[in-house]
Design a protein around this ligand. Sequence first.
Ligand SMILES: [Zn+2]
Length: 339
Amino acid sequence: MEDNVKELENQALKELVKVNDFKSLSEFKVKYLGKQGMYTALLKEMKNIPSDERPKFGAIINTSRQKIENIIYETEERLNAQELENKLSQQKIDITEPAKNTQQGQVHPLYKVMNKIIETCVEMGFTVVDGPEIETDYYNFEALNIPKDHPARDMQDSFYITQNLIMRSQTSAMQIRAMETMKPPIKIISPGRTYRADSDATHSPVFHQLEGLVVDENVSMIDLKAILTQLLKTLFGDNTKIRFRPSFFPFTEPSVEVDATCPMCGGKGCPRCKGSGYMELLGAGMVNPTVLENCGIDSKKYSGFAFGFGLDRFAIIEYKVPSIKMMFENDIKFLSQIK
Ligand SMILES: [Zn+2]
């Protein structure tokens, strides 16, 4: 019996040395250690030997089996190392190969224009303030001298969240917030996103405005004209001619609309400016004394002017883009053309 075990062990060891892949290792395990395997068969033969000798032989068989299991484990380690070695020798990394080109991002054209305007205004002494995009009816309309039944509300189809909360339809709301929290002299601009239920080639439901406000003693229409002329000449060039036309806004009195010579044709007249040579750019005016009083500012001592314009309009003029919608479609092909 002992010889049988030794013989089986030697046979197994000889075979195991030849095992060179996982498949034959698995076959080896089944052949020797499986339920129908040779070591199991040997154990079954124990019934033929006297019962007092069985424990001794049981121990011999188990020791031998353990030895084979240990060598199987070592063989597995050897095969794993061999496999890794094969992979490493096959997968070559060429460190001299040029890297793939990655696409570099850039500032959105709209924000390029916005930043240029902000920079110009900051150079003229304005401070930039930011405000909430969800506004109360009070800040968006009421305090700007636009009560509930005012026809000016019809011009601005707003997105209402509740009866009292709306997506701000104009950055003018920031005038009120600034005047409530700051003391004159006030000289601020407030750029940002605004929302109206309006959608065609020149209107988008989301658009961008920039609001400017100056409040101090002895501020007059002359200051308004000087600041806006300087701003528009910086943006569109020194040869730009500026035109002020009387207009109406509930929160300014008197109010003006400001045109500049068409940057496309330089004032000669083209399809873009419908032959007029001018482009309507922004609305402005002297802050209505009612609005000053609404914010607790003494309208007898202080006066102010405000201006507001659509940044998107400036951007489509600057980059000669046919539709405002292209600014919001995030089409990389289009955006990457604008440098
Ligand atoms: Zn033109």
